[in-house]
Design a protein around this ligand. Structure first.
Ligand SMILES: O=C(O)c1ccc(O)c(O)c1
Ligand SMILES: [Mg+2]
Length: 575
């Protein structure tokens, strides 16, 4: 299907926007009026620029507060419309979006609204222009898409149709099944936006929190399916108002929008994700020499060395960590995922515009394809062959059984990009988002997991004043966390993050817990079904720290209630 995007969805000047939109592979744009008004180029030059970039202008918008007005206002509105029609001729576009009237002066009379739209359609027809009437969710009288369609039908003019916008429809909780009752050729345009579920005024929600399909909670693909069933012939067009996107890199946002539409098309044809990872193969850490001691303390054994690279394999149970002596600050630099089809996974990622990373390797080494996650972390898709690179010499047993999850920190303004990436490229599912108080700000956090929980990723973003946090961590699963904690406490007490006594006073008020938790600095959480979570943290080394977790009775979370305690201690350095 043709893919378009409204210029309001990305940052920059109009010319920057157009270039980024073309570079991302879109077919068309909706020109948002503000972008045009602020552009120094005359409409003819914008038209030429758009054409040179291989784009078309699919829509000009918005035209506001037109219909169902008193007579003198109507005359003024028609005059205003004539100006816009002439502008559109100069731009070379033939579709004008008219938003339902939000003015307190609008009259609640559908027949009058229809009559005015018919008049507008007649005038538009003289210029070869069509009108797409859209119900804004906060329209004064018309705020439901089926109401807008009734008015369009009453207007009865071939140049008057409706514009459907997934945000306005889904934010009001309207059932999109009704779209199928609209003749496809009367759906003149289809705008797509997703949004997180927020309990707030719908206008504020729309103007600040829209996001690309796949980044929020709406079933946008389901809505598109209804429009296609109705016979809608036009483009899928993204229209997003988002405070972060307005500040983010133009090209990156445009590419993210394209990824969103490609993923949506995949959903429409019911394409199963070709390669949902079935586990963690490894996590790779840059090391300055300090991490080996920490891993030993945690019970890991060094079981192999890469023949040509300064990389060591450390193992315990099913947990495999690679230490890469890059000499750089300790950090999580790569994640290996067990993949049922590594080549297919890379191809899928490429289809979704993820950068495939070049790999230098000796001819005898296992072929490992990697892509870059939005934060730059390398993601490898692995079968078992990578292990043979290391000629492991022993198997290390211990309390640790595997990697439970990894937590990455997303760059400011790119949180939504990360969600779409992990959903579409890796096939993970969102488990819910959180805002965690931190002494210096709020940390947004979102957990994503494979359907069976075999791969869990947590994406954090430093938010509002906490902008210097770029901590990452690897959480290791174990069967008996108290045994590990006792050993660490006795032999390496400086490795454990100290937890305040106040935390345990509160914990003991809420739950009857083993007093040993307090002595050992183990944190505790419990879900509604009685599932339990015990966890502890190491101190931070460079950018990275380790968490040990024990899940009991089907606990599926991450101890979010305890995260603010951890953040505060990490900030204070244990004071
Ligand atoms: O927020 C607005 O005013 C606005 C304008 C045009 C649209 O298409 C829309 O969905 C919202
Ligand atoms: Mg809209």
């Amino acid at each position: 299907m043709r893919k378009s995007i409204a210029t309001v969805s990305v940052s920059g000047t109009l010319t920057e926007k157009l270039e980024a939109i073309a570079a991302a592979g879109f077919d068309g744009v909706e020109i948002f009026e503000n972008d045009l008004l602020a552009c120094p180029l005359p409409p003819e030059e914008i038209r030429a620029r758009v054409a040179d970039l291989g784009l078309t202008i699919d829509l000009y918008q918005p035209f506001r507060d037109f219909e169902a007005v008193p007579e003198p206002v109507l005359a003024r509105n028609l005059r205003r419309a004539e100006h816009k029609f002439r502008l559109m001729e100069r731009l070379g576009t033939d579709l004008l979006l008219v938003c339902s009237n939000v003015s307190p002066g609008a009259i609640g009379d559908d027949e009058l609204a229809a009559e005015h739209l018919r008049l507008l359609g007649e005038r538009a027809a003289e210029h070869g222009i069509r009108i797409a009437y859209e119900a804004l969710a906060w329209g004064r009288h018309v705020n439901e898409y089926l109401h807008a369609w009734r008015v369009v039908r009453m207007a009865g003019h071939p140049n008057v149709g409706t514009c459907l916008d997934s945000f306005h429809i889904l934010s009001r909780g309207s059932d999109p099944i009704g779209i199928e009752a609209i003749p496809g050729e009367k759906i003149f345009f289809l705008q797509l936006a997703d949004a997180p579920l927020l309990a707030m005024d719908v206008l504020q929600w729309s103007r600040h929190y829209r996001c690309f399909p796949g980044q929020g909670t709406f079933d946008v693909a389901g809505l598109v399916r209804h429009a296609l069933n109705a016979g809608y012939p036009g483009p899928l067009s993204l229209e997003v108002f988002n405070d972060h996107f307005r500040q983010a890199d133009t090209k990156r946002t445009a590419r993210d929008g394209m990824r969103s539409l490609i993923a949506l098309e995949g959903e429409l044809v019911g394409a199963a994700h070709p390669s949902v990872p079935s586990g963690f193969a490894f996590a790779e850490l840059a090391d300055t020499g300090a991490l080996g001691g920490v891993l030993s303390a945690l019970g890991f054994a060094r079981t192999g060395r890469h023949p040509t690279k300064p990389v060591e394999l450390w193992e315990q149970g099913g947990a495999r960590l690679l230490l890469n002596a890059t000499g750089a600050e300790s950090a999580l630099i790569a994640i290996g995922l067990d993949s049922p089809d590594p080549a297919g996974a890379v191809k899928h990622a490429e289809t979704l515009l993820s950068p495939v990373l070049p790999r230098e390797r000796a001819p005898e080494e296992a072929r490992l394809d990697a892509i870059a996650a939005p934060d730059g972390t390398q993601i490898f898709f692995c079968d078992d062959s990578w292990l043979s690179d290391f000629a492991p010499d022993a198997r290390a047993g211990g309390e640790i059984t595997g990697i439970d999850h990894v937590a990455l920190t997303q760059p400011w303004h790119y949180f939504d990009e990360a969600e779409l990436f992990y959903r579409s490229v890796l096939g993970l599912r969102p488990q819910g988002g959180l805002e965690l108080p931190d002494p210096y700000g709020l940390l947004r956090s979102k957990a994503m997991s494979a359907p069976d929980g075999a791969v869990r990723m947590v994406v954090n973003i430093a938010q509002v004043g906490a902008g210097d946090i770029a901590w990452q961590h690897v959480a290791l699963a174990c069967d008996d966390i108290l045994a590990v904690a006792r050993r660490l406490h006795a032999e390496h007490p400086g490795l454990l993050l100290p937890i305040p006594g106040n935390y345990y006073d509160d914990l003991e008020a809420r739950h009857e817990v083993d007093p040993e938790l307090r002595r050992l600095g183990v944190l505790y959480d419990r879900d509604e079904d009685g599932g339990e979570f015990l966890h502890l943290y190491t101190v931070t080394m460079g950018r990275v720290f380790f968490e040990l977790v024990q899940r009991i009775g089907g606990y599926d979370g991450y101890g979010a209630a305890n995260a603010p305690i951890r953040l505060a201690v990490q900030h204070s350095g244990g004071d």
